[in-house]
Write a protein that binds this ligand. Structure first.
Ligand SMILES: [Zn+2]
Ligand SMILES: [Zn+2]
Length: 152
């Protein structure tokens, strides 16, 4: 246990490195690992292109033991918190109205929810996600600097 803590402490500066911009704020106010409130200075981990927050380094350690379960919990929270705020009525890939080809397909990229007309559109989205995320968030008021409005 002590060895694990030492390893985690030695990588701590990496966990905090760099500024990571999100089109939406982080969806949870609790630690992804233990469920306790995050408080003012959470430990941030960038994992697979997404930002994750933990109350302590020990909880980062727990996460690394079963990341899949915790990621799927996070994705469910993202779906719940962003579903009703989603700004497009059409599929960002095909332009078809969402729901016109059956239930829209929900996809979580990074910490952002995206809706497609069908599962076949996911692959096209993932080929150039930044371009499509720009379209999805173009009218939002709390955009990070690199997201510019579509209409100008
Ligand atoms: Zn925790
Ligand atoms: Zn489609």
């Amino acid at each position: 246990m002590r060895l694990l803590l030492l390893i985690l402490l030695s990588i701590a500066p990496i966990l905090h490195a760099g500024e990571y911009k999100l089109p939406y704020g982080y969806p949870l106010e609790t630690c992804l690992s233990c469920g306790d409130p995050l408080g003012g200075a959470p430990t941030i981990l960038i994992h697979g292109g997404r930002q994750l927050k933990f109350c302590s380094l020990a909880c980062v350690g727990s996460f690394t033991k079963s990341p899949e379960t915790m990621i799927s919990n996070l994705e469910e929270q993202i779906r719940i918190s962003q579903r009703d705020k989603y700004q497009l009525k059409t599929c960002v890939i095909s332009g078809h109205e969402l729901g016109s080809m059956g239930e829209p397909v929900e996809w979580v990229h990074g910490n952002t929810l995206v809706k497609f007309c069908c599962g076949a559109c996911i692959e096209k989205f993932e080929a150039d996600p930044d371009k499509f995320l720009l379209m999805i968030n173009s009218d939002s008021s709390d955009l990070p600097a690199h997201f510019v409005p579509r209409k100008q």
